[in-house]
Ligand binder design. Structure first.
Ligand code: NAP
Length: 238
């Protein structure tokens, strides 16, 4: 089985299925957290490359456990598994939901977030690949990412290289230290509300939340346990 990874869920799934899977990473992060077991790194070369790789490696099922915003690889997985004639399961963690006290402003895209950005000092947590979208914005940006973002970049910028998990106290401290006016995040989702969202609520800060891309037309579960059950049922051909 192939697990398309790059997420905590993908790592947990690989750990639950020893000897059964090979995990695939895009190779975006210089020092990725590696899943247990067999791992391959790098793009496949579009749908055709993925089809060839699936056939060449005798893959009988694919679990797409990539990030909800990694829409291209998910679309490629839908098409490639259909062409090869093997099952695909999408593991997509639930999105976040606002709670009382939250001031969330939903937008449809990063471009929309950049165009309507309130506030003078922005905490941008959308990942280093997306910083360029904000290059033309006059605001001050505190950017946090695992690896440094590459140009084009906003003129007023401070980059913090860091990788979670983060604590609410730590996030509150950071937002105070940098006198943040607004938080920008994708609706990445996960088991519990992220510390940055709880921190923004406790400080009364608005949050610009970028909506997820549309869900793929494929069988989908929202937990690692459900994905393991799918594999054990034999739905994945394993
Ligand atoms: P994407 O835009 O959907 O995919 C772009 C290209 O990267 C794909 O066409 C594919 O290249 C390659 N690729 C992506 N994921 C891959 C994987 N798991 N294994 C092999 N190749 C992969 O993807 P993205 O948004 O750049 O995300 C890249 C990776 O980072 C994914 O593993 C994702 O789970 C992880 N990630 C993404 C985000 C995010 O916000 N987007 C956040 C956290 C983690 P080819 O066409 O050449 O095969």
């Amino acid at each position: 089985m192939l697990i398309l990874g790059g997420t905590g869920e993908a790592r947990r799934l690989a750990a639950e299925l020893p000897g059964l899977v090979v995990s695939s990473l895009a190779g975006r992060v210089a020092e990725p957290r590696l899943p247990e077991g067999a791992v391959r790194v790098g793009g496949f070369g579009g749908v055709d490359g993925l089809v060839e790789w699936l056939r060449g490696n005798g893959i009988t099922a694919v679990v797409d456990a990539t990030h909800p915003f990694a829409a291209r690889i998910t679309a490629n997985a839908v098409e490639a598994t259909a062409r090869v004639g093997i099952p695909l399961l999408v593991l997509r963690r639930p999105g976040w939901a606002p709670e009382p006290g939250d001031d969330w402003r939903w937008v449809g895209s990063l471009e929309e977030a950049a165009a309507g950005l309130p506030g003078g000092r922005v905490f941008l947590t959308t990942g280093r690949q997306d910083v360029g979208v904000f290059a033309g914005c006059p605001q001050f940006f505190l950017v946090r990412s695992v690896d440094p973002p590459e140009p084009p970049l906003p003129q007023r910028l401070h980059v913090l290289l860091d990788r979670g998990p983060f604590t609410v106290d730590g996030e509150v401290g950071l937002m105070r230290e940098y006198r943040i006016d607004v938080l920008v995040t994708k609706d990445s989702g996960g088991g519990q509300t992220a510390a940055k969202l709880v921190a923004a609520r406790s400080l009364g800060l608005p949050v610009v939340v970028v909506r997820r891309p549309p869900a793929p037309a494929a069988e989908t579960v929202d937990s690692v346990a459900a994905a393991v059950a799918w594999v054990r049922r034999g739905s994945g051909g394993a």
